[in-house]
Design a protein around this ligand. Structure first.
Ligand code: NAD
Ligand code: UFG
Length: 344
């Protein structure tokens, strides 16, 4: 199939493009490089052996999108990753997030409609569940009022697709990621956080390599076995494979509904301290950390019920926390050399 991937030079997008090419699909990436680098296209080619087409364009630029759709053979489906994703920044600048994430998606869907493209795989997040009353969280769990503008953009994106299923029979698979981490085994692609990372794992690897002085554990007085927050960390390559399954489900007409939702996690919750310990075990390094205060807005514990994805999508996470820590560390070592060159 010909697949258009928005945000395809980004963290999850690039890993997914590798899997798509590996499965024999032709890929067109549309990305404005607002949070990624063009060399990622070379890296994808190095890993996959085939170069994806790349169009540097902003999703809000309708003309540029039209050109992208018309320049290539008929696009069969779209995987939509492109969005801003920093929770704190979205609180500071909500309009930036509403414009980029929501306007961008609306423009994309309008152009898809004009070009007769009737399906999408959409990147959503477990953030839509907020602090769930029931663990593990299944797809029926209620959507809570979003804690941040970012989280709200994910809820709106889902709702738009749900409405389009009714209005024009548009088919979508919504993938709610838990906590993506890890990198490709080759260490050629991975996450490229801009500035000081908010997320735990990049903060750990940057501390271990000496780019940050010390990790602060955000509170150890929660009602969990060791007092630190529990999350469901999921390897980015496992996530990438799930997108392939979702696409196959759409193209083979196996979707039970025009609008379907799947949780993507391992189903296993790990505390912040367990993540640190696993990192230390697999790398043999001692991490410099201290216990700090709680971080505003953190849910205490969240991990996924994976049965629906296992049974209906035919997908199961195969990589464990040790794999995630090792590949993240190998990527950090590779990327620190890059940072020196590009100052990113
Ligand atoms: P990323 O920032 O690495 O990738 C997003 C890509 O989209 C970047 O390459 C960026 O340049 C591009 N982009 C952003 N706005 C654009 C626009 N208007 N036009 C064209 N390109 C644009 O992020 P990621 O971690 O790969 O996340 C991918 C998706 O998954 C996002 O929608 C994100 O909200 C969602 N998600 C991520 C996480 C996570 O923790 N990484 C968790 C849940 C959901
Ligand atoms: N943490 C620390 N120290 C740090 C960074 C994080 O202790 O320096 C802790 C956090 O407090 C939290 C855990 O590590 O307990 C995981 O934090 P992350 O920021 O890595 O991940 P979150 O679960 O907070 O956020 C993720 C995604 C968001 C999404 C959110 C939904 O990154 O995009 O899940 O819950 F909105």
């Amino acid at each position: 199939m010909n697949i258009l991937v928005t945000g395809g030079t980004g963290y999850i997008g690039s890993h997914t493009v590798v899997e798509l090419i590996g499965a024999g699909h032709d890929v067109v990436i549309v990305d404005n490089l607002s949070n990624s680098e063009e060399f990622v296209v070379d890296r994808i080619e190095q890993i996959a052996g085939i170069r994806p087409a790349f169009v540097k364009a902003d999703l809000r630029d309708e003309n540029a999108l039209r050109t992208a759709f018309s320049d290539f053979e008929k696009i069969d489906s779209v995987i939509h990753f492109a969005a801003f994703k920093a929770v704190g920044e979205s609180v500071q600048n909500p309009l930036l997030y509403y414009d980029n994430n929501i306007s961008g998606m609306i423009t994309l869907l309008k152009v898809m409609n004009d070009f007769g493209v009737g399906s999408m795989v959409y990147s959503s997040s477990c953030t839509v569940y907020g602090e769930s009353d029931k663990l593990p969280v299944d797809e029926q769990s209620p959507i809570k009022r979003a804690e941040s503008p970012y989280g709200f953009t994910k809820q709106v994106g889902e709702r738009i697709l749900e409405d389009l299923a009714v209005s024009r029979g548009f088919s979508s698979v919504i993938l709610r990621y838990f906590n993506p981490t890890g990198a490709h085994d080759t260490s050629l692609i991975g996450e490229l956080p801009l500035g000081v990372p908010n997320n735990l794992v990049p903060y750990i690897t940057q501390t271990a390599i000496g780019e940050r002085e010390m990790l602060t554990v955000n509170g150890n007085d929660y009602d969990t076995p060791d007092g630190t927050n529990i999350r469901d960390y999921i390897h980015v390559v496992d996530l990438a494979v799930a997108h392939l399954r979702a696409l196959e489900r759409l193209s083979e007409g196996k979707n039970a509904d025009k609008f379907e939702v799947f949780n993507l996690g391992t189903g296993k919750g790990n505390s912040v301290m367990e993540v640190i310990k696993t990192f230390e075990e697999v790398t043999g390094l001692k991490l410099n950390y201290r216990i700090g205060p709680r971080r505003a807005g953190d849910v205490v514990s969240i991990y996924s019920d994976t049965r629906k994805a296992n049974e209906q999508l035919g997908w199961k996470a195969e990589r464990n926390l040790a794999d995630m820590m090792l590949t993240s560390w190998n990527w950090q070592k590779a990327v620190s050399g890059l940072n020196e060159k590009s100052n990113r």
